[in-house]
Design a protein around this ligand. Sequence first.
Ligand code: F6P
Length: 319
Amino acid sequence: MQKIAVLTSGGDAPGMNAAVRAVVRRGISYGMEVYGIYHGYEGLMQGQITLMDAGSVGDIIQRGGTILHSSRSEEFKTDAGQQKGIAELRRKGIEGLVVIGGDGSFRGAQKLSDKGFSTIGIPGTIDNDISGTEMTLGFDTAVNTVLEAIDKIRDTATSHERIFVVEVMGRHCGDIALWAGLSGGAESILIPEVNVEINDVTHRLLEGNKRGKKHSIIIVAEGVCPASEIAQRIKEEAGLDTRVTVLGHVQRGGSPSAFDRMLGSRLGAKAVDLLREGQSGKMVGIQRNRITEVDFADVFTIENDIDLDMYELSKTLSI
Ligand code: F6P
């Protein structure tokens, strides 16, 4: 394989630039031409494809976001959109593609592979909601961003003896809430995977109050419900005054952690290696600190479980 391309798709994630850099430089080390596709699948269909050189990915390993920009594309979900994309790639003589993105992006990648275009996926999303890899690119940085916010909120929560409800990202997956909540000492963590009655939360708050605990931090993943709803219910059911913080897209930005730079570098290099071996329809991932490969079919069918032991531990430790 002589010509390959790379794109980033879906929600951006810290570490994507490290992965792009690794794809470009690993490819060049094999004597390949490596192309960058701008604006994800949208840009692919419009032929926004540029030849990269080693210098074009210099000074980006430490930067958040993605220098290739990203998008979410409805058109690429259609057969016509996918054919258009393949035609643009073939026009430039490109034979292999690396897609850095989340679950939705991989569905597009699998379609390309099914249509005979060699495609490998790199899991890039802050949500950590992809099966077949223990960590997704950007998750570690996002957890640390949330943790920094929790620590700051705790300062003012303690000073004013207040309850804070902090909403974090994660529509279907509570990993950001769970990891940041456990490491930030949150008093309650609400995640989409576990059904919790607000009564239980207020009960824990009142019990804590009796023991003299005057401040509390409740972390809620956005997939559960808006933080404002929890705050309202706590007010109604326990008469306790709360403050709400919605962290939002701040969680998607920032300089990637050492872990995410390492992960992006290792996954990017492995993706190129797989294309070079003639493989397709696979995601590269990390398991027990080894870089692995998983068929897209398994990525889509294996359940991405939350670590319930960790969840129980967070309850034990947050009394
Ligand atoms: O998939 C990553 C993610 O950040 C989710 O946590 C969040 O729900 C979503 O993207 C937000 O998407 P958008 O930036 O398109 O509003």
